[in-house]
Design a protein around this ligand. Structure first.
Ligand SMILES: Nc1nc2c(c(=O)[nH]1)N[C@H]1C(S)=C(S)[C@@H](COP(=O)(O)O)O[C@H]1N2
Ligand SMILES: [Mo]
Length: 215
């Protein structure tokens, strides 16, 4: 992993956590403190794992009735879901009208059938990255595992073969290079949540960082 980059981003989170976040009037398309870009920047840990499609697997397990490990062919044969949404990165850029196609998270949940005790979902990528979200957040009707962006197969830099998209959360909540989806009965913090970023990550409430513990 790119330790320098992680250390810098961690320091930035620590610094920003103590500051008042910019506030803007709500009711507009751009969440508070964000600015619009059109060049779809790449943010990763400096690792872009190359996963050949015939070796790609998506393991879905945990507090579910029917755990499965999908091959690329099996994943592709699930009902296809397309959606256009806005994309908000916690580092303050937003890109509008991102056209995604893939499999709705809801379809994945129907396939494995979460048990009543399932409250959180932990997403792990082929690069070792992870994110955590409440199950309820993941079941929103715009959440998907995307394999296509703007009509083209998702490129490796943007998380191909497939990545998670949660339009109502900052983009770090969506794991690129998705490899594993675990339904859990408790919250386990993911890569950035462990490093000062907020547990909820809601762009509309400017919810970027966990408050630092008092010294
Ligand atoms: N596997 C993995 N997923 C990841 C990341 C990562 O480093 N590894 N970075 C996250 C962050 S911080 C952001 S802002 C978005 C960036 O997606 P992009 O590179 O396609 O813009 O992916 C998120 N998902
Ligand atoms: Mo990010």
């Amino acid at each position: 992993m790119n330790d320098d980059y992680i250390a810098r981003k961690e320091r930035w989170a620590a610094k920003m956590a103590g500051k008042k976040q910019p506030r803007h009037a709500s009711g507009q398309r751009l969440p508070p403190g964000q600015h619009e870009v059109r060049n779809f920047p790449v943010l990763d840990l400096g690792i872009r794992p190359e996963v050949p499609l015939d070796e790609w697997r998506l393991q879905i397990h945990g507090r579910v009735e029917q755990p499965v490990t999908l091959t690329w062919g099996e994943f592709q044969s699930l009902p296809s879901f397309s959606d256009v949404s806005d994309f908000h990165c916690v580092t303050t850029w937003s890109q509008f009208d991102m056209a995604w196609m893939g499999v709705a998270f809801f379809t994945i949940a129907e396939l494995v059938r979460p048990q009543a005790s399932a409250s959180h979902v932990f997403f792990k990528g082929y690069d070792g990255y992870s994110t955590s979200n409440p199950l309820e957040t993941c079941l929103d009707d715009d959440v998907l595992i995307a394999h296509t962006w703007q009509g083209e197969p998702l490129s490796r830099e943007h998380g191909g073969p497939a990545r998670v998209i949660l339009p109502k959360r900052y983009a770090w909540k969506g794991t690129k290079f998705i490899r594993e989806i675990a339904f859990l009965d408790r919250e386990i913090l993911g890569f950035w949540e462990l490093r000062g970023y907020s547990k909820t990550g809601n762009p509309w409430t400017n919810d970027r960082f966990e408050p630092s513990p008092l010294p």
